[in-house]
Write a protein that binds this ligand. Structure first.
Ligand SMILES: O=C(CO)COP(=O)(O)O
Length: 290
């Protein structure tokens, strides 16, 4: 595996259990396939970091060796986007954590897709569970946001995932498929879409999904895409896992055939930890030998 070596880059400014019988497993519909897209790791910084913290984190990331075999994207808070965009080495792309559903106008507190494009921000996270469950964004609203962001040329990381009560009630697939359908109803071209499966019970809790739990849902998501969009889209769409990913557990998760990368919260705030998670791509082997 080759690494991006910052010192060689002159443009660097700084150097449980499975779902069980109650669940509708998509595997029952047929054999799933592994994804064919490049491994992808996103760092969601959420509402963390003052200017000094962000400068430190950028300088850590600029100094880390990260495999060329992974697409790396970090999502700072809106206020830090220009700073991060201007000081982070260009191999690491930048995302916003949200975007408004439509064009610029009288929407106090919102930031639009046009404004992100104007700043050369190529990615946006949409439908994160904190926006769905704290702010109250509905499946339909997230779908509309996806459509608008894509229409303006942004690439999106579309988040889905069930609450603990959904999982305990055997409704995991009902919930994630409904979230997926609302997205798919608004997406005609999946080229610029990455899906992140983030079970809400695993986010920020330290309770990571087991590799088997995550694989089961990822396979279900891929099968849903096969059945409802196309086989080609199912194979090419990267499906990330998010929820308490750490340098310790990334390796075993990465080995699973339908886990195409991660969306990382807490551990993305430490450069070395985030780099280790990115480099878990080295454990990604062909599905045939897993
Ligand atoms: O919400 C997440 C990423 O979007 C995951 O957060 P943690 O990695 O802190 O659990």
């Amino acid at each position: 595996m080759s690494f991006k070596k910052p010192e060689e880059n002159p443009s660097c400014i700084l150097a449980a259990k499975s779902l069980g019988p109650k669940s509708r497993s998509a595997r029952s519909h047929g054999i799933t396939m592994a994804g064919t897209g490049k491994f992808f790791v996103g760092g969601n910084w959420k509402a963390n970091g003052l200017v000094g913290d962000v400068k430190r984190l950028v300088s850590e990331l600029n100094a880390e060796q990260i495999s060329d075999d992974v697409d790396v994207v970090v999502a700072p808070p809106f206020v830090h986007l220009p700073l991060v965009k201007d000081s982070l080495r260009p191999e690491i792309q930048v995302a916003a954590q949200n975007a408004w559903v439509g064009k610029c106008g009288a929407y106090t507190g919102e930031v639009t897709a046009e404004q992100l494009v104007d700043l050369d921000i190529p990615w946006v996270i949409l439908g994160h569970s904190e926006r769905r469950n704290i702010i109250g964004e509905s499946n339909e609203f997230v779908g509309q946001k996806a459509e608008y962001a894509l229409s303006k040329g942004l690439s999106i990381i579309a988040c889905i995932g069930e609450l603990l009560e959904d999982r305990q009630g055997g409704h995991t697939f009902d919930v994630v498929f409904a979230q997926l359908k609302a997205l798919a109803d608004h997406i005609s071209d999946w080229e610029k879409v990455v899906v992140a499966y983030e079970p809400v019970w695993a986010i920020g809790t330290g309770v990571v999904a087991s590799p088997e739990q995550a694989q089961e849902v990822h396979a279900g998501v891929r099968q849903w895409l096969t059945d409802n969009v196309s086989k080609d889209v199912a194979a090419k769409t990267r499906i990330l896992y998010g929820g308490s990913v750490s340098p310790k557990n990334a390796q075993d998760l990465a080995k699973k055939e339908d886990i195409d990368g991660f969306l990382v919260g807490g551990a993305s705030l430490k450069g070395p930890d985030f780099a280790t998670i990115c480099n878990s791509v080295q454990y990604k082997t062909s599905p045939a030998v897993l």
